[in-house]
Design a protein around this ligand. Structure first.
Ligand code: FAD
Length: 427
């Protein structure tokens, strides 16, 4: 029979590693960490893209400069991670129409104000509906600029509409990670404290990579965890850090099955898909002055290659542009070939910058939605949801404990949410 450990941790992303760290600090060292992929980090992931370290997952440390200190910002400072200040609030003054004209700042500011007001009204009408009143919802965005701003507001800057705990607690500043070693370097630094590491690699035998958990048997006496390659692990407890998308999928089966209150809560949480597409060019043809880091493309289709960023602040001379797609557009692009996506992106760029710009020489399209160990990018609780949903998603079932960004009541969707959820303090 397999040897029995105290705790099995499923997943070696920030929350799983932070759980392991807290256990080690409390003297529980006979843990086994089972990770489905061939690396630690999960949704914190850098890749070498034609010589530059790009972040396919988390890119920003959000929430800096406030009354409380963001633990991820502290980790970054302790590790000497290179970051740069980043402010996308100026993006609204760099909105291009399809003929390459930038909307005058007055028009952009007016549209922006209208969109914020209407988002606030929408929120009020949802709240009213929730308690049985009826308030007329605001009219929907229609023109390309309205659609573009609606996309920016709802898919990036919700903070202007309702207070976001991250900014309230930790401050409103955001820093972009710009380090060759990647955002994931923080995880290696964390792991050094409680796992055996050498030269940037975790060599500890308690960390087991390429172990895809497919079944969790649980009873009053303990847990038995089975992996796809036929291995069996026994423990007193299991800490499950797989994403909300994975919990909604059939990757892991539970014996006995999870109770109804649990599965219903899991179904209620939306999965956000967020895709950063990287494009490499032979030279720059976009403006790089102050407040030009971000720019917006206004198209009649909402979310169609709307949000752009150049990487010159992070990596001068890299000649890389990043365009962010979300949800439906992310899924559409994941399903098509990268050549097709490159063609679409180039048409959009030619609308903005004219027919004579050079073609991108390389493209990188992450596929978080089709990754069976992720099934999306991060959790997104419905705006009007009571805390009961996240509470139920977090609540243990017998000897199974749940962690991960989606179990964080205040900071879901963020790296610090994952980190704090792993500590299993109230977060
Ligand atoms: P994960 O990192 O997903 O860790 C879970 C681990 O479990 C994974 O390694 C996975 O492989 C493993 N696993 C899954 N199923 C199994 C199984 N069956 N058996 C074994 N192992 C399994 N946050 C920010 O703060 N700032 C940002 O700018 C930001 N941008 C983002 C952009 C993108 C594109 C994405 C995808 C995320 C972004 N986030 C951002 C969110 C942030 O990355 C996550 O909140 C955080 O990394 C989640 O950590 P976690 O430990 O909860 O989950």
């Amino acid at each position: 029979s397999p040897s029995r450990s105290s705790v099995i941790i499923i997943g070696a992303g920030i929350s799983g590693l932070s759980a392991a760290k807290v256990l080690a600090e409390n003297g529980i060292e006979d843990v086994v960490i089972l990770e489905a992929s061939d690396r630690i980090g999960g949704r914190i992931r850098k890749e070498n893209f034609v010589g530059v370290s790009v972040e396919l997952g988390a890119g920003w440390i959000a929430g800096v400069g406030g009354k409380e200190s963001n633990p991820v910002w502290e980790l970054a400072n302790q590790s000497g991670l290179r970051t740069c200040f980043s402010d996308y609030s100026n993006a609204r003054y760099n909105i291009y129409d399809r003929s390459g004209k930038i909307f005058p700042s007055g028009v952009a500011a007016d549209s922006y104000k209208k969109a914020v007001d209407s988002a606030i009204m929408k929120l009020r009408s949802l709240e009213a509906n929730h308690v049985g009143e009826v308030i007329e919802p605001p009219c929907l965005p229609k023109t390309p600029i309205e659609l573009a701003i609606d996309f920016i507001l709802h898919d990036f800057e919700m903070a202007e509409v309702e207070p976001i705990s991250t900014y309230v607690d930790f401050g409103e500043r955001e820093f972009l990670v710009a380090d060759e070693r990647g955002y994931e370097y923080l995880l290696y630094k964390m792991a050094e404290d409680f796992l055996f590491t050498s030269e940037g690699k975790v060599l500890d035998t308690r960390l087991k990579l390429n172990k895809v958990v497919r079944e969790i048997q649980h009873s009053r006496n303990g847990v038995i965890v089975k992996t796809e390659d036929g291995c069996v692990y026994e423990a007193n407890y299991v800490v499950l850090s797989a994403s909300i998308g994975v919990l909604q999928s059939d990757l892991i089966s539970f014996r006995p099955p999870l109770p109804r209150w649990k599965t219903e809560a899991i179904e209620k949480c939306d999965v956000m898909v967020y895709t950063k597409i990287f494009l490499k060019f032979p030279y720059k043809f976009w403006p790089c002055g102050p407040e030009k880091e971000f720019f917006i493309y206004a198209h009649e289709r909402r979310g169609y290659y709307t949000f752009w960023q150049h990487m010159e602040n992070a990596y001068p001379g890299s000649n890389i542009l990043v365009v962010t797609l979300t949800n439906g557009e992310s899924k559409r692009v994941e399903a098509q070939s990268d050549e097709e996506t490159l063609k679409e992106a180039m048409e959009v760029l030619r609308d903005m910058f004219g027919p004579n710009i050079p073609n991108a020489t390389d493209i990188l399209v992450p596929r978080w939605w089709n990754n069976r160990f992720q099934r999306g990018s991060y959790s997104n609780y419905p705006i009007i949801s009571n805390n009961q949903v996240v509470h139920d998603i977090k609540a243990p079932v017998g000897r199974i404990f749940f962690t991960g960004e989606h179990t964080s009541e205040r900071f879901n969707g963020y790296v610090h949410g994952g980190y704090l959820s792993g500590e299993y303090k109230s977060s």
